[in-house]
Structure formats: structure tokens, C-alpha cells
Design a protein around this ligand. Structure first.
Ligand code: 5AD
Ligand code: SF4
Length: 446
């Protein structure tokens, strides 16, 4: 078999796309290698959400250029959001590249490799697939076996929201939902391969079903449908959009046992003027009202969010509002970012007037605030038993620990070895300590 080396940057959507490309390439005669030097094909699945992600890619290709010089038969491809955004231009910047595929061309990966090998000419496929529907054809025959107990299942792609700072609507195109029956089939197949937890994936999962489906199914109905599939022990989804949260979706948390009590709901800011400039489509009060409803019906819900600091025009006071807001909601974790202007987005036209050191300082304060909140949220698990889905083991300073996650998405570590605990097992762990974002404890012998 030939060998493919893959590097994946960015979000879980990219991780899922890379998995899919790996599977398609497997059927095309390529197995995955962790060693770049052994590869016949190198793929870098890129991200363009912030400038830092882009810089990483250019330095990565700088490092692998010499491999091509040593092995002229080596094929190198760049996929993902940067491919969509910069297309042709990337060939000039990274001359060793053989092909560039946008995210709507994941399915074409074997064809692209074949074409390059045959023609020996570089190619760029980054047009959008303008079909209104979204389908992921199953790959027939034996594939890799999924040994991870959590499986990602794409349910929707693209984004129609056009938040002023965000490049996603330009790189991933319009929202398109996948037919529910196709999703159910994939969930069943994942369970057969050993998955215990299903993670529904999309830029805006809760925009699912709003239009374009042959058989209309709303997001909450999809949740109920998946929960009925035998063998699905846990269900979660990421990422969602406040404006698409419905009362029915909130009710599902209380109704569906296997739907985890964790919601990742990006807020971005805790100030209304900034939210409006970001074109988020909701106010702080609206966000808080949703959370209030959810907390009333599902008191042990854990919340996480995304925060951007240093958006154009953000004053000290407006930034302080974000800290206050984070404390009010008591997020258990956050992804926090300095604003980074993205070419082609509306906010890129605004003056990026918050100086870099101020952005950094705000980010630092946001991180400190979140660390306090994380510790606080963690403490309430002390002395309690949590349900852990085991993912594998880790070795720390000579001792072997098992690792897994609670339904609330807390990473959990406890002593044990793989001959006693298997990935995919559920175990109760009594929590003794909170260390950063992890709970530590002992397995409860039953
Ligand atoms: N600058 C900083 N952060 C950004 N994000 C998206 N675009 C930008 C940008 N231009 C963040 C948002 C989003 C997450 C995936 O990335 O918080 O929710
Ligand atoms: Fe980007 Fe906004 Fe769409 Fe999220 S909702 S992907 S932040 S445009």
C-alpha cells in the first residue's frame, strides 16, 4: 500500500473531513503513516479562521519542501478553508504544491491525486458545489475500523450568518442540511463499528433542517430520532448559534436522557454594541434568557463558549462587560481569541484599532477569569461520582492513568490499566481533585 501523511489544523469539521479523506484514500490504496518521510502523499488540511492559523501552514510547508526535492514522485496537496480562500494564489506562494482542494471537494480527493499523478500538472478545485442538498455517500467495502468510542457525524455544512468578523460563510458556503435518513444510517454504522457517543457536527448544527430537506426534519426532531437508535449511549453536538436556539431544542435537554448536559454556545462578547458590530443577531439579554430557561429545566447543565477580545472599537468598558457576562453565566470553559482581521469579511473594513498589546492583555484577563470559573465549576464535582466514557490511557511520570470524559465534557483521569478498562467502557469515578480542566479520582468498584 502507498502511504499518506495528513496534518489537520483548525476545527472539528476539518478533523471530520480529514477522517473522510483518509477513508476514501484507504479505498484508493493509501494507508496512513505518522511519518512524513515515509509518505507518497502529504496532505495539509488547513484553517483560515485567524491569521495565526495561516502562518502555521506556511511554516509547515517551508519544512516539507525538502522532502519533495529528495523524492520527486511525492504528491503534496493542500485542502480546507485556506484552499477555498486563496486557491491559485497558493500555488505561487508554495510552488511545491501539486493540488489545492476546497472543503466542498473532500469527496474528490482520490480523483485529484489520480489526476496529478497522470498529468503531472498542478490543479486547483475550489469552486462551491451549488447543489442545495448535502449528501455524504457511504464508502462500500471494508474501511478502517473506528476504535474511538466517540464518532463525529456531519449533519449540516456551511453558514448563512455572516458575522462581520468571520470567514466561514466565504470558505464553507451556504447552509445545507443532510437528509435525516442518511444521518440515521451513518449513526447506525458508527454504532456497529463500536461508537458509544455520537457528536453531531456542523458550523451551525442548530440551523439544521431550516430549508432544503426533501423530508423536513427540525433539529430537535433529529435529536429525538438519533436518541431512539439502539446502541447510542451519548449524544452531543457542536457548534451552535444563539439565534437558532429553539424552545424545543432546550426542552430536548430535559427530555432526552442520553443528550449530555453540556451546551457549547458561542457568545463572542458580553456587550450589546460590540455584538451588533459583530452582526451576531442577538443581544446579551437574549442570550441570558436562553440560558436561564435551560438552567431552570436542566439545572446541572454545563456551558461553554467562544469569546473574541479586541474587536474593532471595543473599549475597556465594553471589554469589562464581557468579563462580567462570563461570570454571570459561569461558563465551565471557553475558547478565547484576540480579534484577527480576515480579508474579505465586513469587519476587515473597520479600523483594527485596539492595539496588539491591549488585545493580548484583554485575552490574558479573559483566560484568568475563565480559569477561576473552571475551578469553581469543577469543585462542585468533588466527592461526587461521575460517569466516564473511557477514551484510552495516558502515561504520566511512570504511572498509567485512564482518561475519558464525563457527560459534561470534563476530561477525567483515574488510575488503571488497559487490561482492566477498555476504551468505550463506561465507569463511575469518584472525583477527588480538580486540576485545570481535568477531574482526578478513583474508579468506583461495582
Ligand atoms: N478573529 C478572532 N476569532 C475569530 N473567530 C472567528 N473568526 C475570528 C476572527 N476573525 C472565532 C470565533 C468563532 C471561533 C470558531 O473562532 O469565536 O466562534
Ligand atoms: Fe462564523 Fe458567525 Fe457563521 Fe459562526 S455563525 S461560522 S461565527 S459567520
Amino acid at each position: 500500500m502507498k502511504q499518506v501523511y495528513m496534518d489537520t489544523l483548525g476545527c472539528q469539521m476539518n478533523v471530520a473531513d480529514s477522517d473522510r479523506m483518509e477513508l476514501l484514500l484507504f479505498h484508493f490504496g493509501y494507508s496512513r503513516t505518522p511519518h512524513m518521510e515515509d509518505a507518497d502523499l502529504i496532505l495539509v488540511n488547513t484553517c483560515s479562521i485567524r491569521e495565526k492559523a495561516e502562518q502555521k501552514i506556511f511554516s509547515l510547508f517551508g519544512g516539507i519542501k525538502s522532502l519533495k526535492e529528495a523524492n520527486p514522485g511525492l504528491v503534496m496537496g493542500l485542502t480546507g478553508c485556506l484552499a477555498q480562500q486563496d486557491g491559485e494564489r497558493l500555488l505561487k506562494r508554495i510552488p511545491c504544491l501539486d493540488f489545492i482542494l476546497g472543503p466542498d471537494h473532500v469527496e474528490d480527493i482520490p480523483l485529484a491525486v489520480d489526476r496529478v499523478l497522470e498529468t503531472k500538472k498542478p490543479l486547483v478545485w475550489n469552486d462551491f458545489d451549488n447543489k442545495k442538498n448535502y449528501s455524504i455517500p457511504p464508502v462500500t467495502g471494508q474501511g478502517r475500523t473506528n476504535s474511538h468510542p466517540s464518532a463525529f457525524v456531519n449533519i449540516i455544512k456551511g453558514c448563512d450568518k455572516f458575522c462581520s468578523f468571520c470567514v466561514v460563510p466565504f470558505t464553507r458556503g451556504r447552509e445545507k442540511s443532510r437528509e435525516a435518513n442518511e444521518i440515521y444510517d451513518e449513526v447506525r454504522a458508527q454504532v456497529e463499528q463500536g461508537a458509544k457517543e455520537i457528536i453531531l457536527l456542523g458550523q451551525n448544527v442548530n440551523a439544521y433542517g431550516k430549508r432544503g430537506l426533501k423530508t423536513p426534519v427540525a433539529f430537535h426532531q433529529l435529536l429525538y430520532g438519533i436518541a431512539r437508535i439502539p446502541g447510542v449511549k451519548r449524544l452531543r453536538f457542536t457548534t451552535s448559534y444563539p439565534g437558532d436556539v429553539t424552545q424545543e431544542m432546550l426542552a430536548a435537554y430535559a427530555d432526552i436522557d442520553i443528550l449530555v448536559n453540556h451546551l457549547h454556545l458561542p457568545a463572542q462578547s458580553g456587550n450589546n454594541r460590540v455584538l451588533e458590530a459583530m452582526r451576531r443577531g442577538n443581544t446579551v439579554e437574549e442570550y441570558l434568557a436562553l440560558i436561564e430557561t435551560l438552567k431552570t429545566r436542566t439545572p446541572d447543565i454545563e456551558l461553554s463558549t467562544d469569546i473574541i477580545v479586541g474587536f474593532p472599537g471595543e473599549t475597556d468598558r465594553e471589554f469589562e462587560d464581557t468579563l462580567r457576562f462570563m461570570e454571570q453565566v459561569e461558563f465551565s470553559s471557553s475558547y478565547m481569541f484576540c480579534y484577527s482581521p480576515r480579508p474579505g469579511t465586513p469587519a476587515a473594513e473597520f479600523q483594527d484599532d485596539v492595539p496588539e498589546p491591549v488585545k493580548k492583555e484583554r485575552l490574558q484577563r479573559t483566560i484568568e477569569c475563565q480559569n477561576r470559573l473552571t475551578a469553581m465549576r469543577g469543585e462542585k464535582f468533588l466527592g461526587k461520582e461521575v460517569d466516564v466514557l473511557i477514551e484510552g490511557e495516558i502515561n504520566r511520570q511512570g504511572t498509567t492513568l485512564m482518561k475519558g470524559r464525563t457527560p459534561h465534557y470534563w476530561q477525567t483521569h483515574f488510575p488503571g490499566t488497559a487490561n482492566r478498562f477498555q476504551p468505550g467502557d463506561f465507569v463511575k469515578v469518584r472525583v477527588e481533585k480538580v486540576a485545570g480542566h481535568a477531574l482526578k479520582g478513583q474508579a468506583v468498584v461495582q
